[in-house]
Design a protein around this ligand. Sequence first.
Ligand code: ADP
Length: 363
Amino acid sequence: MTIIKVLYVDDEENNLSSFKANFRRLYEIYTANSGAAALDILSQTEVHVVISDQRMPGMTGVELFKKVKKLYPEPIRILLTGYTDIQALAEAINDGDIYRYITKPWNEIELNNSIQNAYDVFRTRRELKEKLAELQKTNDELNRFIYSISHELRAPLASALGVINLAKLDNIYNESEKGNEYWSLMEECCNRLDYNITSTLQYYKNSRYSEVKEDVDFNKVIHDLIAIHKLANTGSEQIKFEINVDQPEKFVGDVFRIEIILGNLISNAIKYQKPEEENKLIQIDVKVNRLVAVVTIIDNGLGILNDHLNRIFNQFFRVHNQKGTGLGLFIVREALAKLEGKISVESVVDSGTKFTIRIPNSA
Ligand code: ADP
């Protein structure tokens, strides 16, 4: 069992001796007859509880504890004081400089209970700190692991897609339609895998990267994202895009996260179209003012059941399960939380879906 180490500070030698006499069998005791002497002991020894008289020449108990809190925040601080020192006491309590105060003259039982309680607090805080450090380490390792795996997987996948393209060209040359169909299926699988890996990387980056604020040109961001996602989704050539960006004001924000958010929403609007729909349409509206950018993305696709609406932002929730990972909207929500933005959704099955997001303008 750990022996509890207590430092007792008082300018009256009599009090120091009686404290020692009362508690020496229970605790490892250190004594100091001034604030300066107490700081000296703390610089050399790790104590668990510091008890100090308030009224001392040179440095009062509260002044000592202010210094102790700054230099050695771990030991729990108990102040001994008379009723007349209420003002100093109230301030010290409000500033969090002391854990507890005991009025003088102290009695043995009360003081002993306070030392025990103070030590419990010391131990709990230390355990919490250790657990937190352990948790942070595991979390870091896990994140790094996810990152390197995802990163490593992308390179061979890109090579496989390159080979598939070569094979398709070869088939066109040899007029083998069946062959081409097989390669197209493989290409789709690889693209899906690539999308899953990209989502994982986006999740990693969103949780790790700090916010970088820069000028955002929504018109450019949206056109670039549409081009990227059209390329990644076969059949998206038939979709008509109507884009309307009203940005009279400068917008400053985290382009990286804004691209993650809009990219996932655009990708979904493309993926969840009705195959039989002849006039596939995606409308994107952006309105920027001094305070906020409001973006709406409307599609006339499959729509989402009312029962599913409050679950689509959950990790791994997906409905049209052959098409995604169930991570996209979860990442959207996480990234928006970092930007202190908001998202809402309205949808009618077989008719379409409307996502509205609001991102604060830091300009
Ligand atoms: P996924 O990777 O499966 O696309 P998301 O988190 O992006 O994951 O979306 C979760 C589910 O919400 C999807 O499986 C899909 O069923 C539904 N969903 C998202 N966006 C749309 C949309 N625009 N139209 C219809 N359904 C959608």
